[in-house]
Design a protein around this ligand. Structure first.
Ligand SMILES: O=C(O)C(=O)C[C@H](O)[C@H](O)COP(=O)(O)O
Length: 218
């Protein structure tokens, strides 16, 4: 079966939340690994990937997936500095994810014009992002910052804010996050276990992706 490449229009962080129930957060040790890994996610039904800058290979991996994997929406994660914003844009990232939102980083990320999921862990941080015009954001670290109970409480005063909770999200609790009205999707590293990536076990990653893709429908 050859999956038909779908083209997702990603104009804002809000669009990023709508691509898939789960955004896989990925660490790769080589750019070569990233292409078959992204293809496995796509075959499993997950057309989005966040490649982090946690490894040296991150930037080259973003470039490889952007150039070689049709139908995959590729974002850059763990973007920590204004300099990295320019680097990931040049590599072809279609969106940016940050774990937190200090002022200089936020200014550079918003200024890049790339769709952005900026990180927030408290109401003040969330409202600071809203002041910058961002109503879709990453809730990080989700479980450690109060998890579903926290997001439910935020929905009262701030029903206009939508989130991608990440950090401690698992196949077991993902469905409960997705059931919240202010959760668009979740992020997590469980789709790409370190050993599966190291061994090139793409079949396992495809199967984890297929399970994740069905999270919203079942
Ligand atoms: O690297 C970043 O930019 C982050 O913000 C952290 C990642 O999103 C989480 O580490 C994923 O969390 P787990 O699914 O619990 O492994």
């Amino acid at each position: 079966m050859s999956p038909v490449a779908q083209h997702h229009e990603i104009r804002s962080g809000a669009d990023v939340l709508d691509v898939s129930p789960v955004i896989p957060v990925v660490v790769v040790e080589s750019a070569e690994q990233a292409v078959p890994l992204a293809q496995a996610l796509l075959r499993g039904g997950i057309p989005v990937i966040e490649i982090t800058l946690r490894s040296e290979a991150g930037l080259a991996a973003i470039e490889a997936v952007a150039n070689e994997v049709e139908g995959m929406v590729v974002g850059a994660g763990t973007v920590l500095t204004p300099e990295q914003v320019g680097q990931v844009r040049d590599a072809g990232a279609q969106f940016i994810v940050t774990p937190g939102s200090p002022p200089r980083l936020l200014e550079a990320a918003v200024g890049s014009g790339l769709p952005l999921l900026a990180g927030a862990g408290t109401l003040t941080e969330m409202l600071t992002l809203a002041e910058a015009g961002l109503t879709a954001m990453k809730f990080f670290p989700a479980e450690a910052s109060g998890g579903r109970a926290y997001l439910s409480s935020v929905a009262g005063p701030c029903p206009h804010l939508r989130f991608c909770p990440t950090g401690g999200v698992t196949p077991e609790n993902a469905r409960d996050y997705l059931a919240l009205p202010n959760v668009g999707c979740v992020g997590g590293s469980w789709l790409t276990p370190k050993d599966a990536v190291a061994q090139g076990d793409w079949a396992r990653i495809e199967s984890l992706a297929a399970q994740a893709a069905s999270l919203r429908s079942a």
